[in-house]
Design a protein around this ligand. Structure first.
Ligand SMILES: *Cc1c(COP(=O)(O)O)cnc(C)c1O
Length: 496
C-alpha cells in the first residue's frame, strides 16, 4: 500500500493547460488582432489563390511526437493555412451557395468552445439558448409556436431529419421497430427535377433508395409542375406505391427557383402526404420585407429545413430543422438508454436535445447565431437578404444588356445563371470556354463563380449570398468575364 501511495505521489500529473498562462494570453491577443485584420482587409486579398508546392507539402508532415511552442504552432497556421482559404468570406465569392461569415459569429464559436458545453442536453445555459434560437427561427418563419426543431450541422442533415420523420409518420407500420422490411408498400417521395442532391442521399440512407424520390419536371421558371406532380401521385397509387411526402423547394440550388408552396401545401393536404420544405436557401426570405411574399405558404409545411450558415452568415456549421408535430419528431429519434436517465434536479434535469436528431454529443451552435442576431437585430438580416436579391436583379440587368453575355435561366432571387457567348462554336467548345473563364477568374483571384447545367444548358452561376458584396463587384465580374472570354477566343484563333 505504502509503495503504491509513494508512486502516485511522486508521478507528475499532467494537464493540457499551459504552464505559462501569460504567454498564452499574449499569443491570444495577437491571434485576435490578426483575426480582426483578416476580416477587415478581406477585400484587399485575392478571393482565392493556389498553394505553392511547399505549402502543399506542409500538409504531409508526419505525426508530431515532440511538443512545439504555441507561438510556433500559430506561426505555421498563419503562414500555411490562413492565406489559403476557400474564399467564401470574400465580397466576390459567389460559388455554389454559402454564407460569408461574420466576426461576432466567430467570437461566438470561440466562446462556445471555451465554455465547452455538450448540447446533447442537460440543465445549463447553453441548452436553454439552443432551444431559444430554434424558437426564434420558428418565429422568423411564422411557424407554429408548438413546433419542435433542432440545430444540426447544416441543411443536408436538416433535410434528412425532416425526411426521416416523414417516413416514420407515413409508413403505416412501426419503422423504428421493424425497419423498411416491414413496409407493406414502397414509399414514394416527390420533388422537382431541381431538388438538391442531399435528398437522394437521405432516401438512400433511409433504406428507401434513390428510386423512391420521384423527380417531377420543372417548368420554364424551374418550378415544380403541379399538374405533373398530381398525375405522378395518382399513377403511383394505381401502381401499388404509397405516396408519402412532397418536398417543396424554397429556393433551388441551381437557380433559386421557389416552388408554389401554397399549391403544394394544398395538394399535400388533399392527398394526405407529408409536406417538407427545403428552405436551405429561401426559408429566411420570410424576414425580408421586400420579398417575403415569395415564400408565402412555407408556414403550412409539416417540416422545414433551413440553413443559418447561409443567409444568416453564421460561421459553419449550423443548419436547422423545424417540425410542426413535436411528438412525431421526438418519437422518431428519442431513446432513453440507462446511462442517460433524467433526474429531478441537477445537470440531467434539463431537456435531452439528442432526442431530436441523430447526434448524441452536440456542439454549442446556437451561440454564434444568437450573438449576431442580438447584435444586429433581425431587421438588418432581412434587409441584407433584400439587398442580395436586388443585387441579383442588378447583375441580371448587366448580363442582359451585354452583347457578349446571355442569361441562361430566369433569375428568381439571388442566383444568376449566365454564359459568355461563343457564337459559331459548338456546345462543347462553348462549355469548355466558360469553364476556362471560371477557372481564370478564380486563379487570378478576381471572383469565384461555379457552374451548372440548367435544363440541358451549361452556364456560369453567381449565387450572391454575401453581405460584403457591392454593386461595383458585380460590375467588375461582368467586365472581367468578358475580358477573359475575349482573351480565350483570341488565344483559340491562334491555335489554343
Ligand atoms: C445548401 C443546400 C442544401 C444542403 O445544405 P448544407 O448546409 O450544405 O448541408 C440543401 N438544399 C439546398 C436547396 C441548399 O441550397
Amino acid at each position: 500500500m505504502e509503495a503504491l501511495g509513494t508512486l502516485v505521489g511522486e508521478s507528475v500529473e499532467e494537464t493540457l493547460d499551459p504552464n505559462d498562462w501569460a504567454e498564452v494570453q499574449a499569443l491570444s491577443h495577437r491571434v485576435v488582432d490578426d483575426s480582426i485584420g483578416y476580416v477587415r482587409d478581406v477585400r484587399e486579398r485575392p478571393v482565392w489563390q493556389g498553394m505553392p508546392a511547399d505549402v502543399r507539402a506542409f500538409f504531409t508532415e508526419p505525426l508530431p511526437r515532440d511538443p512545439s511552442s504555441i507561438s510556433a504552432v500559430y506561426a505555421d497556421v498563419s503562414e500555411k493555412v490562413m492565406p489559403y482559404p476557400m474564399g467564401n468570406t470574400h465580397p466576390r465569392f459567389w460559388s455554389w451557395y454559402m454564407g460569408s461569415g461574420n466576426f461576432t459569429g466567430a467570437l461566438g464559436d470561440f466562446l462556445a468552445a471555451i465554455q465547452g458545453s455538450n448540447l446533447g442536453g442537460g440543465n445549463h445555459a447553453a441548452a436553454l439558448m439552443d432551444i431559444q434560437v430554434v424558437n426564434w427561427l420558428k418565429e422568423m418563419l411564422g411557424f407554429h409556436a408548438s413546433a419542435s426543431g433542432t440545430l444540426v450541422s447544416g441543411g443536408s442533415m436538416a433535410n434528412i431529419i425532416g425526411l426521416t420523420v416523414a417516413r416514420n409518420v407515413k409508413a403505416g407500420v412501426d419503422v423504428r421497430e421493424h425497419g423498411v422490411a416491414g413496409l407493406e408498400k414502397p414509399l414514394r417521395y416527390y420533388g422537382s427535377d431541381q431538388v438538391h442532391s442531399c435528398h437522394r442521399k437521405g432516401l438512400e440512407l433511409l433504406g428507401l433508395g434513390n428510386k423512391a424520390l420521384r423527380r417531377i419536371p420543372s417548368d420554364s421558371d424551374l418550378r415544380i409542375d403541379i399538374a405533373a406532380l398530381r398525375a405522378a401521385i395518382a399513377e403511383d397509387r394505381a401502381a401499388g406505391f404509397k405516396p408519402a411526402c412532397i418536398i417543396g423547394n424554397a429556393g433551388t440550388v441551381n437557380t433559386g427557383a421557389i416552388d408554389d408552396l401554397a399549391a403544394l401545401a394544398d395538394l399535400a393536404k388533399e392527398e394526405d402526404l407529408w409536406f417538407h420544405v427545403d428552405g436551405c436557401i429561401g426559408a429566411l426570405i420570410a424576414i425580408a420585407p421586400g420579398n417575403r411574399h415569395r415564400v408565402a405558404g412555407i408556414e403550412r409545411a409539416d417540416s422545414i429545413a433551413l440553413d443559418p450558415h447561409k443567409w444568416l452568415h453564421a460561421p459553419f456549421e449550423v443548419g436547422c430543422v423545424l417540425v410542426r408535430d413535436h411528438a412525431a419528431h421526438r418519437g422518431t429519434f428519442a431513446v432513453t438508454p440507462e446511462f442517460l436517465e433524467p433526474t429531478p434536479r441537477g445537470i440531467a434535469s434539463g431537456t435531452w436535445l439528442h432526442e431530436y436528431g441523430l447526434q448524441t454529443t452536440r456542439g454549442f451552435r446556437a451561440l454564434k447565431v444568437w450573438m449576431a442576431l442580438r447584435e444586429h437585430g433581425i431587421d438588418k438580416f432581412g434587409r441584407l437578404i433584400d439587398q442580395n436579391i436586388a443585387q441579383g436583379r442588378y447583375l441580371t440587368t448587366l448580363v442582359e444588356a451585354h452583347p457578349q453575355l446571355d442569361l441562361v435561366a430566369p433569375t428568381s432571387i439571388n442566383i444568376v445563371s449566365f454564359r459568355f457567348r461563343t457564337d459559331g462554336l459548338d456546345t462543347e467548345a462553348g462549355k469548355a470556354i466558360n469553364i476556362e473563364i471560371m477557372q481564370r477568374l478564380q486563379e487570378q483571384g478576381i471572383a469565384a463563380l461555379s457552374d451548372t447545367t440548367v435544363h440541358g444548358k451549361h452556364c456560369l452561376r453567381a449565387a450572391i449570398n454575401n453581405h460584403r458584396t457591392r454593386r461595383e463587384d458585380l460590375k467588375l465580374l461582368v467586365d472581367e468575364t468578358v475580358r477573359i472570354g475575349s482573351e480565350i477566343l483570341a488565344e483559340r484563333s491562334k491555335g489554343w
